[in-house]
Design a binder for this molecule. Structure first.
Ligand SMILES: *[C@@H]1O[C@H](CO)[C@@H](O)[C@H](O)[C@H]1NC(C)=O
Ligand SMILES: *[C@@H]1O[C@H](CO)[C@@H](O)[C@H](O)[C@H]1NC(C)=O
Ligand SMILES: *[C@@H]1O[C@H](CO)[C@@H](O)[C@H](O)[C@H]1NC(C)=O
Length: 508
């Protein structure tokens, strides 16, 4: 035993650290600047995102990855531009508590050449400084890459998304002229819809129905995309309601409707939910729960998490009432309670008193998270997966754009739609702690790699691109459509140095 560790024994805090260590396990190792790894999209000038991000993996002197945090302040990141004495860039280094860090930064202006310094006690880490050459555009800059395939290559978008292929396989062609007549007739009276046309990379919209507030999310992603890449001319309808709409059978005449949620009984074309989309656009802005902040707030390590299954939410579905009843009957297994009553009659004798809202990050004090449908799919699933608890997912007819990529027992523990086997499944997890932890980590890996901002942009782009190819008549700016303007309040206007689409055509 080293002298350092010996003296440490005198302090109660250190005693508890030693007590937690497995016998024979080495002392926590120290990261080495040369060995540590730095990678990710935020190191590339051409990957323009609302918030750019990259990763640091702490590696010790012998080449081993650290698996616990070496301390929140271990790495320092500075971003400078040689041409600008003051860069307006907000940087955060998020400790993921597993030996890795997520660095995110939001740029408020565009710079020529950015130098990213990643430092460990004033020593450059890995290949730091990382140099992003040429103009590095910020989110607000209107500067679309004129060639979609070039943008896709920069973004490293996957070749395809299975859900897009599946959704569009129901259509051999789509006819914008016909849809412009038929869809408002069929749905425009009772549903809230947006009719969009993107033409020459400008966005036009007409709304139908009363509750059109949610169009802000669709407007925002379309404007953000068209600032980054030239979209093909495309015309489509977005359903602003919760429930998917197209209930006809594939053998009948289908109308293509874009929705945030799909279901087993409908044929809507799914997009990432408005919630996930907004969290991508407003990370380090209006939202506090996003796929990055959640990674830095995953609660205590697995062994110290409470082995009670946890749930909080509102009464938006019958099974949620059942869950709370189950919790009241088995409080040692499930802690489920309502924070709000809205849909059903609140009977305190059955469902208990309402409890105070719990910060989402505090969910991860618990090992077992229950994901149960609300009105439609529960849009919290991406964030639950990103934590380091294991998710119990209720079987459901509703799905988001990524659900079909998830596999039961690999990324989550499946639970019957009627929750009939929930207690049994929780018991299984308690009896198979290592397996449960493995599933938790696989779900987390999925969320970290498939549900970040770059993937969401790729998904939307590939969807519009594939859909546009099916069009057999020209997308048009229809009567009653208005231009959706790019925000004019950007404090730091930028100069766009990309060639225009016209110049590209002239060259070809
Ligand atoms: C160390 O971490 C990096 C980055 O996460 C990973 O790619 C690599 O496989 C890890 N190495 C080992 C030996 O686990
Ligand atoms: C675990 O959580 C349950 C329910 O929230 C609580 O009653 C119990 O006291 C907690 N256990 C520990 C060890 O903190
Ligand atoms: C929905 O469909 C999937 C297969 O695509 C199936 O696994 C699941 O059980 C269905 N769920 C419900 C509730 O219909």
């Amino acid at each position: 035993m080293s002298a350092g560790r010996y003296s440490c024994l005198l302090l109660p805090l250190c005693v508890s650290v030693l007590a937690h260590r497995q016998p024979g396990a080495p002392a926590a190792s120290v990261p080495a600047a040369d060995n540590s790894l730095v990678w990710g999209p935020g190191l590339e000038a051409n990957i323009v995102l609302p918030v750019r991000f990259f990763y640091i993996q702490a590696v010790d002197g012998s080449g081993k990855n650290l698996t616990t945090s070496p301390g929140e302040k271990t790495f320092e990141v500075k971003i400078v531009s040689p041409s600008e004495p003051f860069t307006r860039i907000w940087i955060q280094v998020l400790d993921r508590q597993d030996g890795s860090f997520l660095v995110r930064y939001r740029m408020y202006a565009t710079y020529t050449d950015l130098h990213i310094h990643v430092l460990l006690q004033d020593k450059h880490v890995a290949k730091s400084p990382f140099i992003l050459k040429g103009p590095v555009y910020h989110e607000g800059c209107l500067c679309p890459q004129p060639v979609g395939s070039v943008w896709e290559a920069h973004m490293r978008c996957p070749q395809s998304f299975a859900q897009i292929d599946r959704d569009l396989s129901l259509y051999t062609t789509v006819d914008p002229d016909l849809n412009a007549q038929e869809i408002p007739q069929r749905f425009g009276q009772r549903q809230s819809l947006c009719h969009y046309t993107v033409k020459d990379n400008k966005v036009y919209v007409k709304t139908f129905g009363e509750h059109v507030g949610f169009r802000i999310f669709m407007d925002a992603i379309l404007l953000s995309l068209t600032r980054k890449v030239r979209l093909p001319d495309v015309e489509f309808f977005v359903n602003l309601g919760d429930w998917p709409l197209e209930k006809r059978k594939p053998t009948e005449k289908l109308h293509p409707i874009f929705s945030w949620c799909g279901s087993n009984n409908t044929r809507d074309i799914v997009m990432p939910t408005y919630d996930l989309t907004e969290s991508v656009l407003e990370t380090m802005g209006r939202v506090s729960l996003d796929m990055m902040s959640v990674q830095a707030n995953t609660g205590p390590p697995w062994a110290e998490k409470n082995a009670t299954a946890f749930w909080r939410g509102r009464d938006s579905r019958q099974e949620r009432l059942e869950l709370v009843k189950l919790s009241r009957a088995h409080p040692d297994v499930i802690d489920a309670a309502f924070t709000n009553f809205f849909f059903f009659k609140h009977d305190e004798s059955l469902y208990g008193p309402l409890v105070k809202h719990v910060s989402f990050f505090d969910f991860f004090k618990y090992k077992y998270q229950i994901n149960i449908d609300g009105t439609v799919a529960a849009y919290r699933l991406p964030y639950l997966l990103a934590g380091d608890s294991v998710v119990f997912k209720q079987d459901s007819g509703y799905y988001e754009h990524f659900y079909k990529e998830l596999r039961p027992w690999e990324h989550y523990i499946p639970v019957r739609a009627d929750l009939g086997d929930l207690l049994e499944k929780i018991q299984w997890a308690r009896d198979h702690d290592d397996e449960a932890k493995t599933i938790a980590l696989a779900g987390q890996r999925f969320a970290r790699s498939q549900l970040m901002g770059d993937s969401i942009f790729c998904y939307y782009f590939k969807l519009f691109e594939a859909y546009a190819k099916l069009q057999v008549t020209e997308p048009k700016i229809r009567k009653g459509m208005e231009l959706v303007e790019q925000p004019a309040d950007d404090l730091f206007p930028c100069a766009c140095h990309r060639t225009t689409a016209k110049e590209v055509k002239d060259e070809l």
